[in-house]
Structure formats: C-alpha cells, structure tokens
Design a protein around this ligand. Structure first.
Ligand code: GDP
Length: 348
C-alpha cells in the first residue's frame, strides 16, 4: 500500500497535481507531506495555521484578553479552548447564532450546562449584527487601552466579526513581530490594540476534505430547521454521501440539522454500498465524483452509539442529528478521521 500524507491523510501520489496527496516526482521517495500541506505548514498560506503549530500560549501571555470565536453550528469542531493554559483570559464568543433555530436562553443554558463553560461568553451573529453592541461595550468598558487578541478556527467568522467591529473606527495596522505566524495589530486611538491572528485549521472537520464547490453546499447559509425521519432496525439515513446513520437495534425518530443543499436519502442498510458506488456523485451529492474518490482513498470509519431522545450526534463540519423519540443502537459511518461527538440536545 502507498504512503499517506502526515498532514491530511491523503495517499501520496505524483500523477496528478490537481488531486489530493500530490507530491512532485522528485520528492516521491522522501516527502512526508503532500504539496498542499507542505505549503500550508511552511510558507504558503499565512492566514491559516495547523492546530499543532499554533502558539496558543505565546499569544495569550502577550495580551490582556483572548476573544475566542467558535462556530455555533460546529461548536465541538471549532472548540480549541482547552489548548490554552491560561483559560482565565478567555471570553468565549459563539458566532453564527442566526443559523440556529433555538432561543438565546436555550443556547445559553446549553453552553453552561453541556459544555460546562462558566466564564464570560457572548452569543452573536456577525452577519446579522446580533449581540455585537453589548459585546463591544463590555469589552471597551473592561479593557479599553489594553491588548486584545481575536482567535479561532478558520471559517468561524473571525474576519467578518473584526471588520464589523472595527470597520469604521480609526485603525492603524502593523505586523506584530515576535511570533513566527502572521499576527496583525490594529490600534484604536484610545490605545486599545487588537491582535488579528491566523485562523487555526481544526482536525477532523468534514468539509476540510471537500472541494470548494462541495464545501459551499455543506456549509449552511440559512437557518437550520430539520425534517423528521423515522428509522427502524436495518434502515439508514444518508446525509448526501458523506454521513450514514443506520439503526442496528430499536427504532428512533431523528431530525438532521444540516445545510439544505445536502440531500437526505432513507434506505436499507444493505443498499448503502450500492448507492455509494452508483448514486453518490450523481443523484446523491455532495460529495461530487472527485471528492468521493478522495473519501474512498482515505477510507470510511464506522462508530456505534446507544442513543435516546434528547441526545444529538454531532459530525464536525456538516451539522448534527437530534434524536427525538425512541432509543436504539445506531452506527454512524463517516470518512476516516472526521470528528463525531454525542451530546445533549440544545432543545430539551
Ligand atoms: P474566518 O475564516 O474565521 O475569518 O471567517 P470569515 O469571516 O471569512 O467567514 C467565513 C464564512 O462564514 C463566510 O462565508 C461568512 O459570510 C460566514 N459568516 C461569518 N459570520 C457569520 C454569521 O454570523 N452568520 C452566518 N450565517 N455566516 C457567517
């Protein structure tokens, strides 16, 4: 069997620069990383940094406050807060709440009780402007004239938030020396300094392995609502051709909260492999044919859970499936390495 890239897990190959895992022919024998991962890691894309390379503590030690932004649709996937030594300095900012069909009270209670976050947090929407005024006022009241870093995974809306907050203020921008990554300082006239840091590329986020076109379909752009499905023993629900939930024992009523552009298909578990071969990339997409090939190279992974009403299975980078009624043993198939979390539902 061929070797795999240590960065993204793709099979290393020198045939097609457009496909995952490409390394130039002269590096075939020696490369540990594919060309794309090598570029991200060593020089190319300074707007993002892998989790292992991100200097969480170096930055947090140099500031008075860290505003850590997470994606409301993928809290587990964008939750990198445990990596900080100095958690006292963190304000948690949950962005994209406009995509959730829950009240502020429901979400607040869930953040405290299920995530266990008892420190300061804000529920906002950078897109709609929700919660930004109280966030800004509180920050300026407590930390005017101090140094504040904005951090978070890629695609959580860090740039959208910063440009909305700082967009029309009097800002000077300068690169901040002292770390190897590209931190940019923005200063207000009252002496407050904002550090805009590169996005962190989290591990195990499903859309990270997809092409830009499939990513566009998988990342939700409208409020999620969810459609109810009854699944009895031996039945499966396919979320596109990317996540497959099957009931091994019992029967359950589930509601997937995912982008409208990911089609849902209920079938017999026995038919899954046939559909993966013939339907996915065709009438069941995403993934497109190219992304499916990539997924097949990486391989599938199946995990089994005992589920009951009031719990969710969250799959990082696509959404979650809420269990409403019934109970049972279920299996979830995802591309290898994608993060799956079982959690208490936001709405009880
Ligand atoms: P960054 O990589 O963390 O800087 O994220 P960006 O600011 O580039 O945003 C990533 C994507 O999320 C873009 O498509 C934004 O339009 C979208 N986005 C950002 N904030 C929000 C929000 O509050 N709600 C919704 N629905 N989308 C958002």
């Amino acid at each position: 069997m061929g070797r795999r890239c240590l960065g993204c897990g793709a099979l290393l190959q020198s045939d097609d620069p457009g496909r995952a895992g490409y390394v130039p022919p002269e590096k075939t024998e020696t490369a540990q990383l594919c060309q794309r991962c090598f570029r991200i890691k060593h020089y190319g894309d300074f707007k993002s940094v892998s989790v292992e390379d991100f200097p969480f503590d170096e930055i947090s030690k140099s500031v008075d406050l860290v505003c850590f932004i997470v994606d409301a649709v993928d809290i587990e996937g964008s939750w990198l807060v445990d990596r900080f030594e100095d958690v006292e300095k963190i304000w948690l900012v949950v962005n994209k709440t406009d995509l959730l069909p829950f009240s502020k009270e429901e979400l607040s209670r869930w953040v405290v009780e299920e995530i266990g976050w008892t420190r300061k947090f804000f529920l906002i929407s950078a897109r709609k402007g929700w919660g930004l005024k109280s966030f800004w006022d509180e920050m300026m009241f407590a930390l005017s004239g101090k140094r504040i870093a904005f951090m978070g995974a890629t695609n959580v809306g860090k740039s959208s938030l910063l440009s909305r907050l700082l967009g029309d203020t009097d800002i000077t921008v300068s690169p901040w020396p002292g770390t190897t990554i590209d931190v940019v300082e923005r200063s207000l006239s009252d002496g407050t300094v904002f550090l805009d840091t590169p996005g962190i590329v989290p591990e195990g986020r499903l859309y990270g392995i997809l092409c830009p076109n499939c990513q566009k379909k998988v990342i939700p752009s409208k409020k999620l609502s969810g459609k109810v499905f009854l699944l009895t023993q031996g039945r499966s629900l396919m979320l596109g051709g990317l996540v497959i939930l099957s009931v091994e024992q019992g029967s359950v009523l589930v509601k997937p909260f995912i982008s409208y552009e990911v089609p849902l298909h209920r079938t017999n578990k026995l038919r899954i492999y046939e559909i993966l071969k013939e339907g996915v990339g065709d009438w069941l997409a995403p993934p497109c044919k190219g992304c499916l090939k990539k997924v097949e190279e990486m391989g599938w992974e199946e995990k089994v859970f005992v589920m009951e009403a009031g719990k969710d299975i969250a799959v990082s980078g696509i959404g979650w499936i809420s269990f409403f009624k019934g109970e049972g043993k279920v299996s979830v198939m995802v591309p290898k390495g994608v993060r799956i979390t079982v959690r208490r539902s936001i709405r009880r």
